[in-house]
Ligand binder design. Structure first.
Ligand code: HEM
Length: 214
């Protein structure tokens, strides 16, 4: 239970951190999110309530896109409970079937699926709008899938949307300008701000951001 308390806390904190970092790196996406939040808020009577959460579709799309790019749990270890087979599609479209005996350690590599161009157009790009229409549900597994999938998913989505929505409604997020990084390209800046270590969960290294009152 202790490990899940840490995991539930870290996964949420680090996802919020990557979300703020990506919004700072992509100001147009941040502006789009802000305008959407402003629109939903103006149609409410006062502060958003629990029942209003589903209306903040853009906030959830931003979260999902962050979770696709930086899944907090990169490897999901499993052990097969019975003999089975795995069929994979090769690059040339052909299929190969592997026998998987009971008791085999199987590691699900989450980024391998999340960055697969077969499912995601321009997979390295931050494009929250890909989660607004129809998207490939089976190719998005930050919370795992099946009977032992994350129990805290709804909790995280509710808590996360509340924090993200309230924060973006009041603050503009920017990357802190530091003289030693003046002149870096967008790619260099992206790599610096989103650098992470693989601890228990995907852990941001250093994310210097400035929150400016709107
Ligand atoms: C961004 C947020 C989160 C992510 C990405 C995440 C991801 C995951 C993943 C990948 C698993 C493993 C599932 C498997 O073995 O197939 C898991 C399990 C679990 N998570 Fe989360 N989690 C998040 C937040 C939370 C929160 C906030 C809580 C609690 C409030 C929580 C509670 C749990 C529990 C209890 C399990 C064990 C489920 C079981 O074994 O039946 N998680 N989570």
């Amino acid at each position: 239970m202790f490990i899940f308390l840490i995991a539930g806390h870290e996964t949420t904190a680090h996802t919020l951190c990557f979300t703020f970092a990506l919004l700072a790196l992509y100001p147009d996406e941040q502006e789009g999110l802000y305008q959407h939040i402003k629109g939903v808020m103006s149609s409410l009577n006062g502060m958003p309530a629990y029942e209003d959460m589903s209306r903040f579709t853009q906030s959830l799309a931003v979260f999902y896109e962050t979770l696709r790019l930086f899944p907090p749990v990169m490897n999901i270890p499993k052990i097969t409970a019975q003999d089975t087979t795995l069929t994979v599609t090769n690059v040339d479209g052909g299929k190969t079937t592997f026998p998987v005996p009971s008791g085999t350690a199987v590691n699900i590599h989450v980024p391998g699926l999340h960055y697969n161009p077969r499912y995601w157009k321009e997979p390295h790009k931050f494009m929250p709008e890909r989660f607004l229409g129809d998207w490939p549900k089976d190719a998005f597994i930050p919370f795992s899938q099946g009977a032992r999938a994350c129990l805290g998913r709804r909790f995280f989505e509710t808590e996360g949307i509340a924090i993200l929505t309230m924060l973006v409604s009041k603050y503009k997020i920017e990357v802190k300008e530091e003289p030693e990084f003046a002149g870096e390209t967008f790619e260099e800046r992206y790599a610096r701000i989103t650098a992470f270590d693989q601890g228990l969960t995907t852990t941001p290294v250093r994310v210097p951001l400035v929150f400016k009152r709107r």
